[in-house]
Design a protein around this ligand. Structure first.
Ligand code: SF4
Length: 321
């Protein structure tokens, strides 16, 4: 899923990348300027990147309850499934790299054979949260993801072996699988957690990728913007492009669409405003109040909308002007 098709690559190289070079990002909004406004954090509160970028709760009360009142409900089913599918993808990418290093270029047939057999044992830990039936259904879908991704990785390995007869293992890994999954990043310069984990980063063109199993939401671009800012702060090179990958199951098929976008001033500014507003909410313990249109699957629903007439928590104290 993280690999680009030839058509996507062309569109990126002829469209978004030249555009990103023309579209100058305001220097103040580059991550390497984390030590001065507007990037400099105003509060001594560390946030996870998803806490800044998530707007599933329209008022942000989920964050208030978690961080101020320490309410920690279990994740809902969609969240657990998202983790299961992400882990499947991480497992196959890491397995493919390991196999290349272990078997070597000469062990190509063994690599192909091993990649065709899904290794879902590490996902057993999700059985308790999904129940036996839910878990078996999740595994059926994980096998679909595995087959999809294995076919692409094998094709890429074959392509580079055919083109480069003297290629070594390290070079084969970097060419055939040019993606770092679960990239660990320290976001503390920007007031974020020191243990962030980006879904994927590709170094063929510096681009942050984020995978979603759910419907498109405009605020998803906050995630790629946040990781781009963190990488700029850490490595001092510009990240101008993000890609959100949306995966959806239709019967036994996996349907994938991609949202390539510029990490421009607007989305950078939006990320910083979200960060500042949420930091303030936590530091000053401001209850943003309940939303009007809460989804019943929200993990905090029972806290915000108690059915036994209990108070839904402290009275909302709206932020001042
Ligand atoms: S129940 Fe509503 S207000 Fe409460 S956290 Fe969920 S979405 Fe937000």
């Amino acid at each position: 899923m993280y690999f680009l098709t030839e058509e996507e690559r062309k569109r990126l190289l002829k469209g978004l990348i030249p555009k990103s070079r023309q579209n100058e990002v305001n220097e103040d909004l580059r991550g390497w300027n984390w030590h001065r406004p507007p990037l400099e954090p105003l509060y001594d509160v560390k946030l996870a990147l998803y806490e800044v970028a998530s707007r599933y709760c329209p008022t942000g009360r989920d964050l208030f309850l978690r961080r101020v009142h320490k309410v920690k409900p279990p994740p809902n089913k969609a969240m657990v499934l998202g983790s299961v599918f992400h882990d499947t993808l991480v497992t196959i990418m890491v397995r493919a790299k390991k196999l290349i290093y272990e078997k070597g270029v000469a062990g190509y047939q063994e690599i192909v054979q091993a990649l065709r057999e899904p290794d879902l044992a590490p996902l057993e830990r999700y059985r308790a949260s999904l129940g036996d039936e839910g878990f078996e259904e999740a595994m059926r879908r994980c096998r679909i993801i595995w087959e999809f991704e294995a076919a692409r990785i094998i094709a890429r390995i074959q392509e580079y072996l055919a083109k480069q007869p003297h290629i070594g293992e390290d070079s084969l890994v970097s060419l055939a699988i040019p993606v770092v999954v679960e990239q660990k990043l320290d976001g503390s310069f920007l007031g974020l957690s020191a243990n962030l984990s980006a879904d994927a980063f590709t170094f063929s063109e510096p681009m942050v990728l984020d995978l979603k199993f759910g419907e498109r939401r405009p605020f998803h671009r906050l995630t790629t913007a946040g990781y781009a800012l963190v990488m700029e702060a850490l490595h001092e090179y510009p990240i101008n492009v993000g890609c959100l990958i949306y995966a959806e199951f239709r019967e036994d098929r996996l349907v994938i669409s991609k949202d390539f976008h510029l990490i421009d001033d607007e989305v950078r500014q939006w990320f910083i405003e979200e960060r500042d507003e949420k930091m303030r909410m936590i530091a000053e313990e401001i209850d943003p109040g309940r939303a009007d249109d809460c989804h019943p699957a929200c993990p905090y629903h029972a806290t915000c909308w108690p059915s036994d007439g209990r108070s839904p928590g402290p009275r909302p104290r709206r932020p001042g002007p």
